[in-house]
Design a protein around this ligand. Structure first.
Ligand SMILES: C[S@@+](CC[C@H](N)C(=O)[O-])C[C@H]1O[C@@H](n2cnc3c(N)ncnc32)[C@H](O)[C@@H]1O
Length: 557
């Protein structure tokens, strides 16, 4: 009779232990929508241990597909699914996944492309050189890989192409790519294609018989390259020689019990002591940087700040992007050079990346934007050009260009509208505005009714109490403390050290209790900073602010 045990013995294949498969499936489940119907893929499924665990643990699984080059393994996999999950459609194909996988460089569209909600896998780890020079060259070409390539690299690329955007990849591979020079390509690929959720280096836990040290990667496939969200969990388990009396250490029945711990530390399993570290992945500041954990001191620092947070900005406020006209030469013209100047009521000062400083925006240098909406009505109300003859005459000159904005015309909107006008009635309310890319934080306060350009984000207050919160947010966001937090948790620097202040990062900024004495003082200092133009006063106030921010977060040393 074919059983998994017999197969393992006869082929020497390194199958995933059932408890590790269950652990991976449970971690994946944390990031899935329980109500969403799911199609799951394992491209090197062996006896189907991972698909089985996923079918047991995830809800609403409709279909599982497994590929393997070994037909005997597939028979066992099919038997398991048919026996234990008769309601799930099981599809098992005796194919070489690398041949089948959409590589992105094939002329033929693959039905596998973005077809699955979840990919769970423990693909083979074999240096491709062992596959023979010709095959290895072909794989490298097909997947655009260079250098020393391991077989799990093309598997990762192929699996990613099979995954829908927003889908979850949970994969066990060798841990080598985390820290080796030759792993740089695959680190880039993962950073470019995933919001990384968890990386767990299983080090020398000997969970496999194989000589490889395994690591788990869990990520959510994203559409846009270079955008990463939030802090990613980084864990590791390594055996350590401990001088302490072993009996004094917390005992666990197995490594799996350690992996389920919230609390990092040293644990004893039988006679072996393991150090379990759990922290935040240090975001690589250069693309070639290896992946590692933030240091213990950095971790403690982040944790202290998080513990002092009363809320995250995104929990109270929407972080909005500015306007997009898709015809800036028309709407953001240099009005001093125009023969026809639109009526003053439709020309508004514009806050843009170029004129924002911390605390203020430079009104003198503000361009004026032609904003063809009434700013006092809710919902959005486009102006009637007959009421604004100069605006009409000016826009008519550019009518052809404006009407060539196909997406706007197809949406049945007026030909002289902006593509993204945002909510016109909100401009007059107090707001904090910041540029999306900047060397340093430049959060400024505005209550002049200025409009915000698409290269900036803004947060608006709709009541006096929200205005107070906004001042607190402005102070926290402009502080060196929060800049350091940003770098540790979301570091995503562009060339020459410019930071990206994306809405998804700012929404995750922690804000201390607004009723604490420090927060109240921060608000006062921010009001003074917003009001002053004197550089010496500003420097003095900023020093004071930094101390208050550190005190509010409990990190003043
Ligand atoms: C490390 S084992 C993992 C098996 C199973 N997923 C598990 O976790 O126990 C790798 C599996 O990949 C299969 N395999 C190797 N090369 C393959 C390829 N090119 N396409 C599909 N499967 C392959 C092997 O037969 C083996 O079953």
């Amino acid at each position: 009779m074919i059983t998994s045990e017999n197969l393992k013995k006869s082929t020497g294949a390194t199958f995933t232990p059932t408890r590790l498969a269950q652990f991976l499936a449970r971690r994946i489940a944390c990031y899935c929508d329980a109500t969403q119907p799911k199609r799951i893929l394992d491209p090197a499924c062996g006896d189907g241990v991972l698909l089985n665990a996923a079918s047991n643990i995830l809800t609403n699984v409709k279909e599982v597909s497994g590929y393997d080059t070994n037909p005997d393994f597939l028979k066992v996999a099919q038997l398991h699914i048919d026996t234990y999950h008769p309601n799930i459609k099981g599809q098992f194909l005796n194919e070489d996944f690398i041949e089948m996988a959409p590589s992105g460089y094939s002329l033929f569209p693959s039905t596998l492309f973005e077809s699955h909600d979840i990919v769970i896998a423990n693909p083979p780890y074999v240096r491709t050189q062992i596959l023979g020079a010709e095959k290895s060259r072909r794989i490298a070409k097909q997947f655009n890989l260079t250098g020393r390539v391991d077989l799990y690299y093309p598997f990762i690329i192929g699996m990613t192409n099979c995954l829908k955007v927003g889908g979850i990849l949970g994969v066990i591979t060798s841990n080598r790519y985390l820290t080796t020079k030759s792993g740089a390509d695959i680190r880039h690929f993962l950073l470019d294609n995933y919001d990384i959720l968890e990386v767990i280096d299983l080090g020398d836990t000997k969970l496999f018989n194989a000589a490889v040290l395994p690591a788990i990667f869990i990520g959510k496939k994203k559409r846009k390259k270079n955008v990463t969200t939030g802090a990613c969990i980084f864990g590791s388990v390594y055996e350590v020689q401990d001088k302490m009396e072993k009996t004094k250490l917390v005992e666990r029945a197995s490594i799996y019990d350690i992996l389920n711990e919230e609390q990092p530390g040293k644990y004893r399993v039988g006679n072996i002591v393991y150090e379990y570290k759990r922290g935040i992945m240090k975001h690589p500041s250069k693309r070639d940087d290896i992946w590692s954990m933030t240091s213990e001191a950095e971790n403690n620092w982040i944790n202290t700040i998080n513990e002092h947070a009363a809320f995250r900005i995104g929990g109270r406020f929407k972080v909005r992007v500015g306007i997009k006209s898709c015809a800036d030469n028309v709407f953001l013209a240099d009005w001093s050079k125009e023969n026809i100047i639109p009526e003053a009521e439709v020309l508004h000062p514009l806050i843009s990346s170029e004129n924002i400083n911390p605390w203020h925006f430079c009104k003198e240098h503000a361009t004026k934007v032609l904003y063809p909406y009434h700013t006092d009505t809710k919902p959005r109300n486009t102006i009637n050009l007959e009421d604004f003859p100069l605006t009409k005459a000016y826009l008519e000159i550019h009518r052809k260009q404006l009407e060539s904005r196909k997406y706007l015309m197809e949406a049945h909107r007026a030909w002289y509208e902006m593509w993204v006008p945002q909510k016109p009635y909100l401009w007059k309310l107090p707001k904090v505005v910041f540029p999306d890319i900047s060397l340093e934080p430049r959060f400024c306060y505005d209550d002049s009714g200025a409009i915000v350009n698409g290269n900036c984000y803004w947060i608006v207050a709709q009541s006096e109490s929200e205005r107070q919160l906004l001042l607190l947010i402005e102070g926290i966001c402009n502080s060196e403390t929060m800049t350091h937090y940003h770098d540790l948790c979301f570091n995503n620097k562009l060339y020459s050290g410019r930071r990206r202040y994306l809405s998804q990062y700012i929404e995750r900024y922690p804000i201390p209790d607004p009723n604490s004495k420090y927060s109240k003082e921060i608000i006062q200092v921010v009001e003074a900073l917003n009001a002053t133009d004197n550089n010496a006063t500003k420097t003095e106030l900023e020093v004071k602010l930094e101390i208050l921010v550190k005190s509010a977060f409990g990190i003043l040393d």
